[in-house]
Design a protein around this ligand. Structure first.
Ligand SMILES: CC[C@H](C(=O)O)C(=O)SCCNC(=O)CCNC(=O)[C@H](O)C(C)(C)COP(=O)(O)OP(=O)(O)OC[C@H]1O[C@@H](n2cnc3c(N)ncnc32)[C@H](O)[C@@H]1OP(=O)(O)O
Ligand SMILES: [Co+2]
Length: 134
């Protein structure tokens, strides 16, 4: 069911500083910031030869990553995103297996304009998993 690793997301306290570090210190191709109000974050995608890094910063008062950054003020790896062919079939398979799909189970449109879902970290060895239909 899960396919390629689409991205690894890192929550950061200072988006500009983190983007500059990836651009200048690590020499990576850094894309401009994208506000994603529907998700409560601003994201910066960094293109790597085999996947992407997604830098995340809270947007608005009710960001789902605010708690994570409060617990990890220097930032940290927030989630990993796997690609799936059929997100509804994936959701139904995961729900049947007893995994918690976050929200009401209805995919949202993510930063790449594709449907995404999130799975509770406590059900996947302490790791927040995002699925993106490609
Ligand atoms: C623009 C879309 C973009 C894209 O790629 O397209 C995105 O990726 S948007 C990314 C931001 N959106 C989300 O993360 C949505 C899903 N996340 C959530 O709903 C919350 O973050 C949630 C429910 C995972 C955690 O929320 P919160 O921290 O407020 O809840 P708790 O404090 O109750 O946490 C419960 C429990 O889980 C641990 N936790 C929280 N976040 C993470 C994490 N990222 N990785 C691992 N573990 C996490 C937290 O420490 C609690 O554990 P406990 O042992 O009980 O302390
Ligand atoms: Co993501």
């Amino acid at each position: 069911m899960i396919g390629k690793l689409n991205h690894v997301a890192i929550a950061v306290p200072d988006l500009g500083a983190a983007a500059a570090q990836y651009r200048d210190t690590l020499g990576a191709h850094v894309n401009p910031p994208q506000d994603e109000p529907d998700h409560g974050v601003t994201v910066v995608f960094i293109d790597l030869p085999n996947t992407k890094i997604e830098l995340l910063h809270p947007l608005g008062d009710d960001s789902p990553i605010a708690g994570f950054l409060a617990k990890n003020p220097s930032g940290g790896i927030h989630h990993i995103c796997y690609e799936v062919d059929d997100i509804m079939a994936a959701r139904d398979r995961l729900t049947a297996a007893g995994a918690r799909v976050l929200g009401d189970g209805t995919p949202k449109i993510g930063a790449h304009g594709k449907p995404v879902l999130f799975l509770h970290p406590k059900d996947f060895t302490g790791t927040l998993v995002e699925l993106e239909q490609v």
